[in-house]
Write a protein that binds this ligand. Structure first.
Ligand code: ARG
Length: 593
């Protein structure tokens, strides 16, 4: 389905051409002055120079041509040369009816769907998930859903950090605690126990202890680095321990991500890139692109046009160890070979911008990707506390994700109970809990996604959980309100299926219609810019437009049945659109709250 702005523009472009001007001048935008008109065109001003004519005259001539338009009404020329216009009620209603009947509300599908990998999550195995992991999970999940909805073939990969020094640290700490374990006996040749020598809560103690010890004891740190190399080289005892760490951590990570409604298609990690490294390195050496520098193997990635220093991409350290860049490069190779990716999108902190710049340039230069494979890093900012510094616990420590979710759910529970009390209905304890979880997640996700990803934002519990303002709970509250009206209509014996959208009968109804009509344009922009905040802004506008309409209109008591059914159809479309949008953002709505 064409975008509504395109249809309106076509109409005005035609009029410019009929009046003897460049059709292109007829491009229409949303009005800057909603008090005066719904849409505007500034083309007459742009054409004034070319045609040596006063812009107002051009605008008047065009307005005249639009007199008989079936799309536009109230077209007027305003000084110094604006064209102000509204759309006809029948046009708007017909557009919405078509939207309601079309697949995906008329969003056009790509002629050639792309194959896209989204690399998000990025948890480091054995370390607890903390608030730093929240943003990649939330933003990545939404971008994955948006790309998929836009018609592409998408794979979400968690890309675990499972190959780094934390694994060596855990091995060494374990050795300190239980030196008798068979894993550390290098002369042992038997099979290793199936049962891991620790539980997930043990790991929660072992890792922080190890990381603390490494800070105080350089010899311990060295031993941990060596243990990491042993894992990477496949020394059996260490590899067996590594397996145990993975087996114990993965279910816990899955549970934590599931609590956020974040679901990965692939649970691969840095370690999966390992088998591809030797051949990749050989190719890079053979082509002469990788060369030695201070004992390390590097690929130069600076370009003449660089205005800042771009250091070479280090492929292997002088001791032959692979680095973060190495596993990322080998993973690119994997994604090309096994998935034939057209695009790879990475969610990682903006402090990793240099890393991705180097990796992407190196991948291109060494031919790991095709010329037109897109490599995109979406750098995101930090979630800060009210003091403007990275979010911490009250004691100043790193906040675990689980604790943050618990806190927000508690706050939501309180608000939901309060609300039930003011509204005078009973809410059972488990319903209240389940609803608090659903709404809490919306509060958290919307609070994050409504900001542009690259910006830092302040986590503000009171604001995020409020039922009013630009928040997740406000959106859900609006949806619940619509659901309740639809349910009452059905109780009165109304049939939802016969209801069709009619011409707007007042301004607030028309505003709601014109907001809804932006759907395909908004989703397309959200996909192209990989920007979930576009969808947040859209649904916030819809919620506001709906609530204004709702307060001005007695819907259920309207006596004219056709009129009432028309409103119900509009409400149904509003609810359906909101449902799809929040699904794309990664949360859902309760039945009541
Ligand atoms: N594990 C990494 C970290 O905690 C993030 C991984 C991002 N993805 C990637 N392919 N490098 O910083």
């Amino acid at each position: 389905m064409k975008k509504i702005l395109d249809l309106i523009s076509e109409e005005v472009e035609k009029a410019f051409a009929e009046a003897g001007y460049d059709a292109e001048l007829g491009r229409v935008t949303l009005s800057n002055r909603p008090d005066l008109c719904e849409y505007q065109c500034n083309g007459a001003m742009a054409g004034a120079k070319k045609y040596h004519k006063a812009p107002l005259m051009i605008a008047q001539e065009v307005a005249e041509k639009l007199g008989g338009s079936s799309v536009l009404s109230e077209v007027s020329a305003a000084a110094p040369g604006f064209l102000n216009m509204k759309v006809k009620e029948d046009f708007a209603a017909a557009y919405l009816r078509e939207m309601a009947e079309s697949d995906k509300f008329g969003l056009e599908m790509p002629a050639e769907p792309k194959r896209i990998v989204i690399d998000y999550g990025g948890a480091n195995v054995a370390k607890p998930l903390h608030v730093g992991h929240l943003r990649p999970a939330i933003i990545g999940e939404s971008i994955k859903r948006i790309c998929r909805y836009a018609g592409h073939t998408v794979i979400g990969d968690v890309h675990l950090g499972d190959w780094g020094t934390q694994m060596g640290l855990i091995c060494m700490e374990l050795q300190k605690r239980s030196p008798e374990l068979v894993y550390f006996d290098e002369s042992y040749t038997g099979a290793y126990p199936k049962e891991p020598p620790f539980t997930v809560s043990d790991l929660g103690v072992i890792y922080p202890a190890a990381s603390q010890r490494a800070k105080e004891d350089p010899a311990f740190k060295q031993a941990a680095l060596e243990a990491t190399v042993k894992i990477q080289q496949g020394v059996p005892g260490y590899l067996a321990l590594w397996r145990h760490i993975m087996d114990v951590s993965l279910p816990d990570l899955k549970k934590n991500y599931a609590a956020l409604d974040v679901f990965f298609d692939l649970w691969k990690g840095e370690s999966d890139a390992k088998p591809l490294i030797p051949e990749m390195v050989e190719d890079m050496k053979r082509s002469g692109l990788a060369h030695e520098s201070e004992g390390a193997l590097v690929v130069d990635v600076k370009e003449e046009t660089d205005t800042k220093e771009i250091p070479p991409c280090i492929i292997l350290k002088s001791d032959g160890a692979a680095l973060y860049a190495t596993t990322d490069l080998a993973t690119i190779k994997d994604r090309m070979q096994n998935f034939h990716a057209d695009a790879m999108i990475y969610l990682a902190d903006k402090r990793q911008e240099m890393h991705f710049l180097q990796v992407f340039r190196c991948a291109r230069k060494t031919g790991l990707v095709n010329e037109n494979t897109e490599l995109v890093h979406i750098p995101f900012g930090t979630m800060n506390g009210k003091d403007g510094k990275p979010f911490k616990t009250r004691e100043g420590g790193v906040m675990r994700l689980e604790s943050l979710i618990d806190e927000i759910n508690e706050e939501m529970l309180k608000k939901i109970r309060e609300n039930a009390e003011t509204k005078g209905y009973e809410i059972a304890a488990d319903e209240a809990r389940t609803t608090a979880r659903v709404v809490g997640l919306a509060a958290l996700k919307y609070g994050d996604l409504s900001n542009q990803a690259s910006k830092d934002y302040i986590f503000d519990m009171d604001r995020f959980t409020s039922f009013e303002g630009d928040t997740g709970p406000y959106i859900l509250y609006t949806m619940v309100r619509i659901k309740s009206i639809l349910a009452k209509y059905a109780e009165q014996g109304g049939e939802l299926t016969d209801a069709v959208i009619r011409n707007a009968s007042n301004d607030s109804e028309k505003s709601l219609m014109l907001e809804l009509a932006k759907f395909n344009a908004v989703i397309e922009a959200a996909y192209e810019e990989l920007a979930p905040h576009r969808i947040c802004a859209y649904i916030y506008d819809i919620a506001n437009a709906f609530n204004r309409f709702y307060h001005e209109t007695k819907i259920l008591t309207e006596e004219d049945n056709t009129k009432r059914a028309g409103w119900i159809a509009l409400l149904k479309l509003t609810k359906d659109v909101l449902e799809v949008c929040i699904e794309l953002l990664g949360f859902s709505a309760p039945e009541r709250m």
